[in-house]
Ligand binder design. Structure first.
Ligand code: NAP
Length: 348
């Protein structure tokens, strides 16, 4: 099978580097172009990037950095551009015919842009027809904020089995979530910062859209109320969420646990290349999940849930852990592109 040529925008950043790693041996996609800010245009990727983790994939080393305004030869774009700058460029790329899979916040809540987590709402991807009109190939598909994705995946088994009325979440978020170079070490070492600009609003708004359903040609948000408190902690990778849920019906703890354990969805049935065998893994140990031990499960695409117990204010509380740069960002976009490909949306 001929692989589809893809470009990564924002390729030198924390998420961009994850894309470059994940695309190295991808069976359907081949990385052919890398884009960063104009100041680096023309430099070979290996010279321009401050590579964070592991060996730099050999095929990416000599790729020259392109400008966002360049015409790209790639057929598909993955965007890890900064919020605020991403939206106009992504819209322009879509108008020029490129399918764009984005991590940025700018277009996530636009009514015609699907906010896709394939295990939850694969049907939302049909919204791209609203963007394409007649004869245009381009569109934008967004994935959620990293915490919103991890939380939505942890809630989905409960939504399906019992309904969820409300949810409170306190997040302990890794420093890689702030990009590279990100938070100064003198601020975060030996510390917890109880504020991440804009984060709580994103989680509270995006989770209902992700869990919502298509009605006519838009997404009707789910009726779940979300309350979020987000903190930055000195962990390199992997967000930890302390979640409380009020269910719509009564359910014994054993059935809640079964709902987590039995959860599977369309990407698993379709055997999409980035779909983990278990999108949600339930652990029974008293002290799990932990980011350092659980963030790489399922190639970084599994959300691990544990410490399930009754809650005197809500119904149940539990801990969820997921990789912010893979399940919460680059891996999420790639899975969305795989879903689009499986549905024929990348065909000429
Ligand atoms: N980090 C996470 O865990 C995470 C999770 C979910 C979503 N996201 C979202 O993903 C996006 C990328 O995040 P990040 O953490 O990777 O940020 P980052 O480390 O700051 O990287 C930003 C990238 O964008 C490039 N860039 C900046 N301005 C540009 C422009 N005008 N045109 C083209 N490229 C430009 C930078 O290139 P230079 O090196 O040349 O400056 C760099 O490659 C953000 O929208 C973020 O909110 C991040």
């Amino acid at each position: 099978m001929k692989r589809v040529d893809v470009a990564v925008l924002g390729a030198t950043g924390a998420v961009g580097q994850r894309f470059v790693r994940l695309l190295e041996c991808h069976p359907w996609f081949r990385l052919t172009e890398v884009v960063a800010s104009d100041r680096r245009a023309g430099e070979p990727y290996a010279d321009a990037v401050r590579w964070i983790d592991g060996p730099l994939p050999p095929d990416a080393r000599e790729l020259p950095l392109r400008r966002g305004s360049d015409d790209l030869d790639a057929e598909v774009c993955f965007s890890a551009l900064p919020g605020g700058r991403a939206g106009p460029l992504e819209r322009s790329l879509a108008a020029r015919g490129y399918p764009v899979f984005t991590n940025a916040r700018d277009l996530r809540l636009e009514p015609e842009v699907p906010l896709v987590v394939p295990e939850i709402n694969s049907g939302h991807i049909a919204l791209v027809d609203r963007q394409r009109g007649t004869g245009r190939h381009g569109f934008v598909v967004a994935n959620g904020n990293c915490t919103a994705i991890i939380l939505s995946l942890a809630l989905k088994p409960l939504v399906d089995a019992f309904g969820v009325d409300r949810c409170s979440v306190v997040s302990f978020q890794a420093v890689s979530g702030a990009g590279y170079p990100g938070v100064p070490s003198l601020d975060i070492a030996d510390n917890v910062i109880p504020f991440i600009e804009g984060e709580e609003g994103k989680v509270e708004a995006e989770v209902p859209k992700i869990l919502g359903r298509i009605e006519n040609d838009h997404v009707a948000p789910a009726g779940v109320t979300v309350s979020a408190t987000c903190a930055r902690v000195p962990v390199l990778e992997g967000h930890t969420l302390a979640v409380g849920v009020r269910l719509q019906g009564r359910a014994p703890l054993e059935r809640v646990r079964e709902a987590f354990e039995s959860f599977s969805a369309e990407p698993q049935r379709l055997r999409l290349p980035s779909a983990p065998a278990k999108p949600v893994l339930f652990r029974t140990e008293d002290d799990r999940p932990q980011p350092r031990k659980d963030r790489e499960l399922g190639g970084g695409m599994t959300v691990t849930v544990g410490r399930l117990r009754p809650d005197p204010l809500m119904d149940y509380k539990f801990i969820a852990v997921g990789s912010n740069t893979i399940r919460g960002a680059a891996g999420a976009s790639i899975l969305n592109a795989e879903l689009a490909m499986a549905r024929g949306l990348l065909d000429d």
